[in-house]
Design a protein around this ligand. Structure first.
Ligand code: ZN
Ligand code: ZN
Length: 357
């Protein structure tokens, strides 16, 4: 698996005239070498797979890279000299680097490698956009854990609880059910706070008449889940009920259209048009969805600029929302994996409005 990923990288790099690639971000290091530690540089070139790391990680790197990479103990500063020599030894004239994550300081050090630097972040993102069977399995497991945690949360959540308590409870339940970590900071937006798309859980207590936006996810073997449900604390007012139905139908319409060939832009438009037709177009200010994998936000995107047609193996969330300042918000999100004839949606939680009394 790791070998295949590296071969794919070199195959595509070669098409762009790149002789070797240096991988420096933690996520891409993990993807290509399996190594999860905090410090390493990978050099991937034809016939060469080097993983340079410091003393703390050599044993771990040898285990995780499964013999695919030669692990070399080097400090990062010395590592640059080593890479320069390796590039010279194979006659590499061009070297791919991670333009999206390298700092200016690191970039300056790279300028002395003796090879022309070619930005490669998009190329790596495009490779990671296609999930293989192993990755699909991890993504589904992560979502299964989040689903279980949510089901348990519904038996514990009560009026009067603080948003922070709800967030901690969810995070505890995800870990209890087997998650390594949360995949992003849990969002709990109750009442008027629900109008803040990325509400930070605060001291506000769940109150009768609130809708509560719960957006959360966890990691399993490094792979991220992402789901949103909006629940009611007691009977909500008519406008909130109306908004809930509009968002739900927008989400269901978009899901019904999700299949290989449709672009992110087209999918986004289906949900957006539905919301606009019902008079809330200005209250849906974010994109419909994003890919997810080792990172919770990855390519492709379902947005007004999402030109990529979906293909089997790609992931996409479908998460329309309506946010009304002073009143509240509704978002409903599933995380889907595109297949040959449609998609897998591992989110099992109901989308019927749940009312907690
Ligand atoms: Zn989410
Ligand atoms: Zn999302």
């Amino acid at each position: 698996m790791l070998s295949q990923r590296c071969n794919k990288l070199l195959e595509l790099a070669k098409k762009d005239g790149i002789d070797a690639v240096v991988v420096t971000s933690q996520i891409n290091r993990r993807y290509f070498s399996g190594f999860t530690g905090s410090n390493a540089i990978l050099l991937i070139a034809p016939g060469k797979r080097l993983l340079l790391t410091d003393f703390r990680y050599t044993i771990q790197a040898n285990i995780q890279s499964k013999g695919v990479f030669e692990v070399i103990e080097e400090s990062r500063a010395i590592g640059m000299e080593r890479i320069k020599n390796e590039l010279a030894s194979i006659g590499a004239k061009t070297v791919g680097f991670e333009d999206a994550s390298l700092t200016v300081r690191e970039f300056k050090a790279y300028e002395n490698l003796g090879a022309e630097l070619v930005p490669c972040s998009t190329l790596m993102a495009n490779i990671r956009m296609y999930k293989d069977a192993y990755e699909t399995e991890q993504l589904i497991k992560a979502q299964n854990i989040a689903d279980k945690a949510y089901a348990e949360l519904l038996t514990r959540i009560k009026p009067g609880m603080k948003e922070t308590e709800v967030a901690y409870e969810l995070e505890y339940l995800m870990k209890k059910n087997g998650a390594e970590d949360k995949s992003f900071d849990t969002i709990v937006g109750s009442g008027e706070n629900g109008a803040l798309c990325h509400a930070i859980p605060g001291e506000r207590r769940l109150t009768h008449g609130d809708l509560v936006v719960l957006d959360f996810g966890c990691k399993y073997n490094g792979y991220c889940s992402d789901m949103t449900r909006t629940i009611a604390i007691g009977e909500p007012c008519d406008e909130l009920k109306k908004i809930y139905d509009i968002v739900l139908n927008a989400q269901l319409k978009a899901l019904a259209a999700l299949k290989p060939g449709i672009t992110g832009k087209e999918l986004d438009a289906i949900a957006r048009d539905h919301i606009t037709e019902h008079g809330y177009g200005k209250c849906f200010g974010h994109s419909l969805g994003h890919g997810f994998g080792l990172e919770v936000h990855e390519a492709p995107s379902a947005s007004i600029v999402g030109e990529t047609p979906f293909e089997p193996g790609m992931t996409i969330t479908v998460e329309p929302g309506i946010y009304v300042e002073g009143l509240g918000g509704v978002r409903i999100e599933d995380c889907c994996i595109v297949t040959e004839d449609g998609y897998i949606n591992p989110v099992t939680a109901t989308k019927e409005m749940i009312i907690i009394e």
